[in-house]
Design a protein around this ligand. Sequence first.
Ligand SMILES: Cc1ncc(COP(=O)(O)O)c(C=O)c1O
Length: 404
Amino acid sequence: MTELIYLDNAATSFHKPKQVTEAMIHFMTEVGANPGRGGHELAVQAQEIVQRTRESLACLFNISSPERISFALNITEALNTVFHGFLNQGDHVITTGMEHNSVIRPLKYLEEIGFITLSIAPCDFKGILDIDALAASIQTNTALVALNHASNVCGTLQDVTAVKNTIGDIPLLVDTAQTAGCYPIDVEAMGIDFLAFTGHKSLMGPQGTGGLYVRDALTLRPLKRGGTGSVSEQLAQPDFFPDLLESGTQNNVGIAGLGAAVDFILETGIDTINDHKNKLSAAFIKAIFSTPGVTIYGPLKADQQVSTISITFDSILPEDAEGSTGCGAINLEWFEDGLSVGEAGQRLNSNHNILVRVGLHCAPLAHQTLGTYPTGTVRISMGYFNTLSEIEIAAKAINKIAAT
Ligand SMILES: Cc1ncc(COP(=O)(O)O)c(C=O)c1O
């Protein structure tokens, strides 16, 4: 039986560097104690492991104060911390038409209960944010701009530096779920005020890890209050970072694994990882670009996207995309004739041992932007451990499915 080819790295990366598992086993078997909850030597060792992970992340994102990074269960928790803890009654927030539900749902909820007002800046059919429309949405009470660094549907990268230059002093929250660990991120150069990350995607750490960086001058209300192992005599939550946001025992075994993953990334080099993934994307796009019966979404240029590519099995282009690279099929009638994304995903799995994700990928708004709502796409997402030969096999399988 042929080996499985895992191309669902945008959902979670697989495989992980072996150091990740080793660090987790080490924590479970040799350390085990609760960091910050005791002065004995194992508690101190546990604390050092957590601190090292914080420092490695700070190095990766060019953060000068590691204590401004607090750990969370995932990026969803980190994003919610900002939305519920930073915004105030009457604030205005701007987001984009390419967001994941982890951004849209909490913001829509806050809008529905009359806590905030919300503007959604449009993106074009490749998923690229319209910066002029963003500028035009700014109001005197705009308190936050929140957007993803790259789309989890079609990989489109946003120009975060240009966004910050446009919004000036308005705090910028960046969802780095699809870029942290595979694309260079520098909070200073990019002007990021809140950086939310998840540990289990391109950061190559275990599930159940993530966190939030908060710029020095900013503060926020925590989602949870409770024991932090610090200032225990005080009945109020500590107001200093990271304790402000880290109540209760953390996923320390996960944080140990995440630390090893980030060290692997730092040793390998973010540019090496990015180059490898660019090569895979370029090879894949080239191999399916002219396949009759396949539409590809996104910029279709390896350097303008991460290695996540969405396709549908049809060949009708919208008029304004004809002749261009990258398209969003705005006419959905073809879905009745074309192969459904569910069936395509099933065939890839059953007949070719290729694992991809199909549907809306928790980002219905992005599909509305691309013109693939409500049926969605077949998403092929490549990771650092995928090889060119796997990509060739996947492209051949897609060609075969399109021809039948
Ligand atoms: C862009 C984006 N944001 C947020 C998330 C949520 O990630 P998590 O489930 O780790 O919180 C995802 C997951 O797919 C994502 O792709």
